[in-house]
Design a protein around this ligand. Structure first.
Ligand code: ADP
Ligand code: MG
Length: 257
């Protein structure tokens, strides 16, 4: 597809998405540079998950463009929306996998099986290589002794760290996180945040939907507030949290404190 002249790793313009005629995203513009840690915040039901899912084409947008690493993955208006060919989408997804609130591990596969599936099936990596790489990552994230377990035998925090390792095993350029700690018992949140903190220092591009404000304050290069189907405010964590400009953001900040 047509290359775009932009330094951003992820570049979104005019993204729209409706469900049964009800608009959720009404024209999202967002650019994220390589290595940037971008947080997306906003009220429940405001379209944050839909935005991440549209970036990854788990949902098909109705209009707008999504470009990744200079490659346009979608293009169109409401009448003629086009996605890149399926094979390009699968490859692009492997370059920016998603970590979900409810982990979405393959429950019938072991931890090791979950991690090597993408590298072997989507990227065509040799199985021995994929296993060696998976074991290295499991050790790095303190999960080495769990490789033969099934997801049901793990705690929520362990499941989410496996999901992070599964994403990392694809050797992605970016990872999308959709409220990765909000389904966890409070005492399990810290380990997952610690794993994400490690990623943030590694040069990977991270897009994180999360209400962990103290975490965002430490890690975020940019914070984007989704309200009314658009990005209503963007800035550094300090700007967005300390000096909100819109009433909607001030109300949201009050509601979560
Ligand atoms: P958030 O993640 O900010 O809480 P969502 O993106 O999950 O918000 O949802 C935004 C709106 O879109 C909600 O009103 C939700 O009910 C609706 N929605 C999301 N996904 C679907 C779907 N697959 N079908 C119908 N409506 C949906
Ligand atoms: Mg959501």
């Amino acid at each position: 597809m047509e290359p775009v002249r932009d330094e951003a790793l992820i570049h979104i313009r005019g993204l729209e998405k409706s469900f049964k005629g009800v608009p959720v995203l009404r024209g999202i513009d967002l650019s994220v540079r390589k290595g940037e840690v971008a947080f997306i915040i906003g009220p429940s039901g405001g379209g944050k998950s839909t935005l991440l899912r549209c970036m990854n084409f788990l949902e098909t947008p109705n209009a707008g463009t999504v470009s990744f690493a200079g490659q346009r993955l979608s293009q169109g208006s409401k009448d003629s929306f086009q996605l890149a060919p399926d094979v390009e989408l699968r490859k692009a997804r492997a370059r920016m996998p998603m970590v979900f609130q409810h982990f979405n591990l393959f429950n019938h596969m072991t931890v090791l099986g979950n991690i090597i599936e993408g590298p072997v099936v989507v990227k065509g990596q040799g199985k021995a290589d994929a296993i060696a790489n998976a074991r290295r990552l499991l050790a790095q994230f303190g999960l080495a002794e769990h490789e033969s377990k099934y997801p049901a035998q793990l705690s929520g925090g362990q499941k989410q760290r496996v999901a992070i390792v599964r994403a990392l095993a694809l050797q992605p350029e970016a990872i999308l996180f959709d409220e990765p700690t909000s389904a966890l018992d409070p005492q399990l949140v810290g380990d997952v945040l610690e794993a994400m903190r490690e990623l943030a220092g590694s040069g990977l591009t991270l897009i994180i939907v999360s209400h962990e404000m103290s975490f965002a304050r430490v890690l975020a290069d940019s914070v984007h507030f989704v309200s009314g189907g658009v990005i209503a405010e963007s800035g550094s964590a300090e700007q967005v949290f300390e000096r909100p400009q819109t009433t909607a953001l001030r109300q949201f900040m009050d509601s979560i404190q």
